[in-house]
Design a protein around this ligand. Structure first.
Ligand code: RB5
Length: 149
């Protein structure tokens, strides 16, 4: 599985931890920045990571900012992206099983490193359940089509 990861300055420290953690588990991962705590705009990195995922260059993406809110909102503007902001393991699992989320968003100023690693592990290991959830996910695409004319 190929993973794209990115953060703004508010998520830089947690990104480094998650990057190291994922690499130690043997996943292939590319870091799209940022590369220091110097202030950057979260929509820019959201666009890069989510864009790479939607083009099929990466299977999944992980985006981190201070709260995880701005960066997930920005990523979700790209049709086909289903970015899930998760601060607990239950939501991480459900976001894969029910929503087929293709981006995990985390908030460095909200979620501790240990929990963020557990959330990431569960999110990466969980498959989409399909079945009754497929039609609902397709309805999300229908909404995108309606407003992206
Ligand atoms: C940056 O200060 C902060 O606004 C950003 O990381 C994020 O929390 C936005 O949603």
């Amino acid at each position: 599985m190929k993973i794209a990861i990115g953060s703004d300055h508010g998520g830089f420290v947690l990104k480094a931890e998650i990057l190291k953690h994922i690499q130690s588990k043997g996943y292939e991962i590319k870091d799209f920045g940022c590369y220091s705590v110097e202030s950057i705009d979260y929509p820019d990195v959201a666009h890069e990571v989510a864009g790479a995922v939607i083009k099929g260059e990466y299977d999944k993406g992980i985006l981190i900012c201070g709260t995880g809110i701005g960066i997930s909102i920005a990523a979700n503007k790209i049709p086909g992206i289903r970015a899930a902001l998760c601060g607990d393991c239950f939501s991480a699992k459900a976001s894969r099983e029910h929503n087929d989320s293709n981006i995990l968003a985390l908030g460095e100023r909200v979620t501790g490193v240990g929990l963020a690693k557990m959330i990431t592990d569960i999110w990466l290991a969980t498959e989409f359940e399909g079945g009754r959830h497929t039609g609902r996910v397709n309805k999300i695409s229908d909404i995108e089509c309606k407003y992206n004319k």
